[in-house]
Design a protein around this ligand. Sequence first.
Ligand SMILES: [Zn+2]
Length: 186
Amino acid sequence: MREALIIVDFQRDFTPPDGALAVPQGDRIADRLNDLAADSRFAYVVATRDWHPPDHSSFLAHGGSWPEHCVRGTLGAELHPALDTARIDTILDKGQAGETDGYSAFEGGELAALLRELDVTAVSVVGLATDYCVLNTARDALREGLVVTVDISATRAVDLQPGDGERALEELRTLGAEVVDLSKRV
Ligand SMILES: [Zn+2]
């Protein structure tokens, strides 16, 4: 079984202290992400970036629910500087279409095609945030028929409503994902 690691949206705008849409403690997962990316368990490492046009429909000013974030080409859209990009095989930009939130890395079909080409049948999904882009990416991975693991030591939730992150993990468990703490492996 060939497994890929999908690092979701570990970007400046999603991380404290300066991110426009910072996920609480989002910066704390950097070491875990680097450890995972270096792990020989994974045959391939993909990092996604939320990569919006300036007038994206998910922004408050354009009828959406979020402050402006991850506008393509801006500093805030860059991957977090603590992420070791030498370990990353492919950077995939998502959320480029104006009309969808762009929560899932599988939107558009490019990632599914890449994984098929690589004979990858399993993915571990980590990054930000548990209750949005990690949830939607993992859900779509399951729909694609992939074996899905979510490593809770390498993801953090927005928790707009308290418990959103836990509910997202529960939903993924119900759908068939394995929700684990890989940092506790011996
Ligand atoms: Zn976004």
